[in-house]
Design a protein around this ligand. Structure first.
Ligand code: ADP
Ligand code: MG
Length: 240
């Protein structure tokens, strides 16, 4: 499956946060969306999902208008981990992960054995079984991130958009989550991940999309994108 944004722009109160961004992510590739704070990465990701306040341009899923598809079909096709990790519900972590199965559930039947199996697989993937009974609101930031990632994984969608999936994680879990994303890609999924760690991006990503000031300024292999000139110009750091 392929998700494609064509000339996507987002404006809020006369300020253009994303300007004519065109990008795609396909099954079998792990794509990093990088760029400094405020570049527009989260806003672009939300626009691709159709949940930004106001946007222009086209979003296509295998060539069809994604934003006009029924919500349930969209939710089954593209899973999302938002950057915002605050959870107000006083639900155990297990129930939060089960929310990822919502687009698969019909009527009032409750979770099927397949739903429970998907939740178990996702908890397993994030090393989160021991967290599953705890209220999600009392988890540490890193633990909550892993549970919310499990919720996105539980959708078992062909495409996965994850916004800063390794922020707030310890080094072990950072690597572990990168490996989970790689595994999903090996299984055929397409993953677009916002990431700040350029070393991990270079090591794990098939392709990088670099944003700066609302625009996509580079899209290609990590080596082609992370040139010393661009690091200096966009990140204001000296390249190595
Ligand atoms: P990134 O994820 O790359 O750090 P964001 O997409 O979150 O950046 O934000 C891009 C810019 O848009 C930032 O300057 C941010 O302050 C601004 N912004 C984001 N959401 C809103 C909003 N709802 N209203 C006004 N400005 C916003
Ligand atoms: Mg962001």
């Amino acid at each position: 499956m392929k998700l494609e944004g064509k000339g996507v722009s987002v404006s809020i109160r006369d300020r253009e946060l994303v300007s004519r961004a065109s990008l795609h992510v396909s099954g079998g590739e792990l794509v990093g969306l990088i760029g400094p704070n405020g570049a527009g990465k989260s806003t672009l990701m939300r626009a691709l999902l159709g949940i930004s306040e106001k946007s222009a341009g086209d979003v296509l899923l295998d060539g069809s208008d994604f934003l006009r598809m029924p919500g349930r079909d969209r939710a089954r096709a593209v899973a999302f981990l938002p950057q915002e990790r605050r959870v107000e519900w006083r639900l155990p972590a297990y129930d939060i992960v089960m929310l990822g199965r919502y687009p698969h559930q019909a009527g009032f039947g409750g979770p099927s054995p397949e739903d429970r199996a998907a939740v178990d697989r996702s908890l397993e993937a994030v090393d989160g079984h021991e967290l599953s009974d705890r209220p999600v609101a009392v988890l540490s930031g890193g633990e909550r991130t892993r549970i919310l990632l499990a919720r996105a994984l539980a959708v078992e969608a062909p495409l996965l958009l994850v916004d800063e999936p390794i922020a707030a994680l310890d080094p072990y879990h950072q690597l572990h989550v990168m490996e989970i994303l790689r595994d999903r890609v090996h299984a055929g999924a397409g993953v677009l991940a916002v990431i700040h760690d350029l070393a991990l991006a270079e090591r794990f990503m098939d392709r990088l999309i670099l944003m700066n000031a609302g625009q996509i300024v580079a899209d290609g292999s990590p080596a082609a994108v992370l040139t010393p000139d661009r690091l200096a110009a966009v990140y204001r750091i000296a390249g190595s």
